[in-house]
Design a protein around this ligand. Structure first.
Ligand SMILES: Cc1cc2nc3c(=O)[nH]c(=O)nc-3n(C[C@H](O)[C@H](O)[C@H](O)COP(=O)(O)OP(=O)(O)OC[C@H]3O[C@@H](n4cnc5c(N)ncnc54)[C@H](O)[C@@H]3O)c2cc1C
Length: 410
């Protein structure tokens, strides 16, 4: 298959003379200048193109309205389920394919990419890797079909960056039942999920353990956090756990201390790195298309040198982010990915994303302020990527500790 752009009828002679590239549509419509999608084997490349087309056609435009209203598009979720986006973790596809799926979902809508990423990496992944046979039988079919949802409940009102040491939610084994008490904050899908994967400290041995808490259990209350400046489609919640009783068998048998979840937490950090690349492609798409339509001083914005420089910089940032993530996928595939690499990738692509959406925002002038033109939506969403899954600062500390041997956390 010919990669996009290579057959776009570009005339080297015209370009060398400084003229326009001939043709109606802009070259490289998908902005894949470095032919990254070509790295996929033919079957995955076909699936990637199909899903990308669906996301662009069905999800991208609709998501703006949902984002404005802070509502969750259950219909779109069902359509995403039909395309296998709920089962990326267990369907045997390559790390690169899974990563490029995260990119394309983020390019269509960052909130839904948060849902797809948390769902695959932290919910399906945790149950698949750390769950009992009974838990897998009960939950994995519905989860992978996207007909059921889980929420990953780690952060607390008083403990974010210091959660591993500070986690205060407690679990007590009493007459064959766990009794859970505490509070969680920012929990994605907390108000709509079938269960929350709650991390709580066992009073008996002080270890942090993972528990499946069905959301209809007495004592479980989830309140939507409204008025967010980004990720407005994702239903984040404050959760209160007031003497919630669950069967003893709801403990994830593989998650009997927090270190057992490390590999999955490392991989989920890498997922945000992919999101950082995807949001920049979205910013590029919007900025390019706007610059070709909007006219000032009698010509398209795209004809001004300063605008061209910004477009080139956004795409350069996006491509550098993607290239970093492609190499990450390679070492992940070889089983060599460590937390420092995932942290560097997450910190770097989200730092670049913040810069790219700021350029895109200014490129659209006043219209960059409104979410109706999508760029304002991306501008807000980038802030979340910068902060969740370990803030930019915390991920930087992880990287710098790995390369100096010195910890600067406290
Ligand atoms: C929209 C959204 C969705 C989220 N979804 C989930 C979810 O689904 N599940 C879940 O469990 N959590 C979720 N989170 C929580 C997220 O992971 C935390 O917000 C994040 O880890 C930061 O914690 P904090 O907000 O408590 O900030 P704090 O830890 O209070 O940090 C405040 C500031 O201090 C800085 N800081 C803290 N310690 C240090 C230090 N030692 N050195 C230098 N700087 C430091 C931080 O970088 C930050 O800038 C979500 C958050 C948001 C905003």
């Amino acid at each position: 298959m010919q990669p996009q752009g290579r057959d776009s009828g570009q005339s080297t002679a015209v370009q060398a003379a400084g003229g326009d590239v001939p043709g109606q549509a802009p070259p490289f419509p998908d902005a894949d200048l470095m032919y990254i999608a070509d790295l996929l084997p033919p079957d995955e490349r076909k699936r990637y193109l199909d899903v990308r087309e669906f996301l662009q056609a069905r999800v991208r435009a609709q998501s703006i309205d949902y984002w404005n209203r802070e509502e969750f598009p259950f219909g779109l979720l069902a359509e995403m389920g039909k395309r296998g986006l709920g089962g990326l973790q267990t369907d045997g596809t390559s790390k690169l394919f899974k990563g490029l799926m995260y990119v394309e979902v983020a390019r269509a809508d960052v909130s839904l990419s948060a849902l797809v990423g948390i769902h695959n990496e932290l919910i399906v992944g945790m149950i698949h890797e750390l769950g009992s046979e009974e838990q897998k039988r009960r939950w994995l079919p519905g989860l992978t079909a996207f007909t059921q949802l889980g929420a990953f409940a780690l952060t607390e009102p008083d403990h974010g960056s210091d959660i591993a040491g500070g986690l205060a939610t407690s679990a007590r084994l009493e007459n064959g039942e766990w009794v859970i008490n505490g509070a969680k904050r920012w929990i994605g899908a907390g108000t709509i999920a079938d269960f929350a994967l709650v991390w709580a400290r066992d009073e008996a041995d002080q270890q942090i353990k993972g528990f499946i808490v069905e959301t209809d259990r007495p004592g479980y209350t989830a309140t939507k956090i409204a008025n967010k400046i980004g990720l407005r489609i994702m239903q984040n919640a404050d959760i209160v756990l007031d003497n919630v009783r669950i069967p003893e068998a709801n403990l994830l048998p593989g998650a009997t201390d927090f270190s057992k979840a490390n590999a999955l937490l490392r991989d989920s950090r890498a997922w945000v790195g992919w999101q950082g690349a995807g949001i920049q492609l979205a910013a590029f798409d919007v900025a390019r298309s706007y610059s070709l339509q909007r006219r000032q001083f009698g010509k398209e914005l795209a004809r001004f040198q300063l605008i061209q420089q910004q477009l080139a910089e956004i795409l350069g940032n996006a491509s550098a982010s993607l290239a970093l993530m492609v190499q990450l996928a390679r070492i992940q595939e070889e089983g060599k990915l460590e937390m420092a690499q995932a942290a560097m990738a997450k910190a770097t692509t989200t730092r670049l994303a913040r810069s790219s959406v700021a350029m895109g925002r200014s490129l659209l002038g006043g219209n960059g302020i409104s979410s109706d033109f999508e760029m304002g939506k991306l501008f807000g969403d980038a802030e979340i990527l910068y902060t969740y899954e370990g803030s930019y600062e915390i991920n930087s500390l992880i990287v710098a500790r790995a390369v100096t041997g010195k910890s600067a956390f406290v």
